[in-house]
Design a protein around this ligand. Structure first.
Ligand SMILES: NC(=O)c1ccc[n+]([C@@H]2O[C@H](COP(=O)([O-])OP(=O)(O)OC[C@H]3O[C@@H](n4cnc5c(N)ncnc54)[C@H](OP(=O)(O)O)[C@@H]3O)[C@@H](O)[C@H]2O)c1
Length: 307
């Protein structure tokens, strides 16, 4: 595809280095659309299989249950420690602004602190408010990162989501910036490779996280993908996940189904030579550098914002 694609060696346990010195696991278990009553079990199952990264959000209405799943897993597996597990949540658009964000963090704390203590990463879920509110949100979030003994909540890292270059510039050029974003979480798949934005992220040492890497199944009828599955005997989901890992993204994938939870992680299992087979020569056949097809978010709003 471009010079952003390279052969990389990763495994289920790999982490990527963030610009604040922390390490984030390369595969994350996504909690969007998992009903609250099923989330604790789904998160527990994912951790038992070997995921070490849980991606949540205020908007998903299941942070408490996700945190309970982590706590229960840690109780049953004393060899794994809280430090080994990464938990992300996101501030909702309706909670932007300095005061509103502080109240949001108080509520997050009430939902998760008794189960998991700190939060590893808090993201601004999307830029859909206005400059004053976005920067007010960042100002509030920075205070928690800068004061690890804040009695409300210890937040270790900050990031953004659905931010294009315009909003990243707004944040990075703001004279109140004290804590740099470590990631930008975006919809990424072969139909939406966003090469220009990725170059900007690389230049600014911000890691790209890929959400909806499976397109939520919306491209499973795509003729090229169907043909590849038949020809190479790799499932469509595996092909799409391998494509995402080859780009160097942190990949977030959701399933409520125990077999699929496991098979998605197993894309990063070692082969008989102890290496993970990303089948680069096959998977890159899906590269569409000029494609710009937003499939899962309210595309109109965000595409306009990211130009
Ligand atoms: N920041 C943001 O704005 C944002 C937006 C969207 C998503 N995200 C995050 O990214 C995560 C992943 O994205 P996503 O949930 O939108 O989409 P996704 O992971 O691309 O797709 C999930 C869908 O694919 C199905 N699926 C999972 N594994 C499969 C497999 N091996 N074969 C066939 N189907 C499979 C799931 O159904 P089953 O559950 O039945 O397996 C579910 O319907 C989210 O959960 C969330 O944490 C963030």
């Amino acid at each position: 595809m471009s010079n952003l694609t390279s052969s990389i060696q990763i495994s289920q346990k790999s982490t990527y280095h963030l610009n604040n010195g922390t390490q984030i696991p390369v595969i994350g278990f996504g909690c969007y659309q998992i009903p609250a009553e099923k989330t604790k079990n789904a998160v527990y199952t994912a951790l038992k299989d070997g995921y070490r990264h849980i991606d949540c959000a205020v908007m998903y209405r299941n942070e408490k249950e996700a945190a309970q799943g982590i706590a229960e897993f840690l109780k049953d597996h004393p060899d794994v420690h809280r430090e080994d597990i990464w938990f992300t949540t996101k501030i909702a658009d309706s909670e932007h602004g300095y005061e509103e964000t502080k109240q949001s963090v108080e509520r997050i704390s009430q939902r998760v602190k008794e189960y998991i203590g700190h939060v590893d990463l808090v993201l601004i879920h999307s830029p859909l408010s206005n400059r004053e509110k976005r920067l007010g949100t960042w100002k509030a979030l920075q205070e928690y990162v800068q004061n690890p003994s804040n009695p409300v909540l210890h937040i270790r890292s900050l990031g953004v989501s659905n931010y294009g270059i315009f909003h990243l510039e707004e944040l990075l050029n703001w004279d109140g910036l004290l804590v740099k974003p470590v990631v930008d979480q975006l919809e990424f798949h072969p139909w939406l490779p966003r090469l220009k934005l990725r170059e900007y992220l690389v230049k600014n040492h911000i890691l790209a996280e890929a959400y909806s890497p499976l397109t939520r199944g919306r491209k499973f009828d795509d003729p090229a993908l169907v043909e590849m599955e038949k020809k190479y005997k790799i499932s469509k989901a595996d092909i799409l996940l391998k494509w995402s890992f080859l780009q160097g993204f942190v990949v977030l994938v959701k399933s409520e189904n125990p077999e699929r939870i496991k098979s998605n992680l197993n894309v990063l299992s070692a082969n008989e030579h102890g290496k993970v087979d990303l089948e680069e020569e096959i998977v890159t056949k899906l590269d569409m550098p000029d494609s710009n097809e937003v499939l899962t978010w309210n595309g109109k709003d965000l595409t306009a914002l990211q130009e």
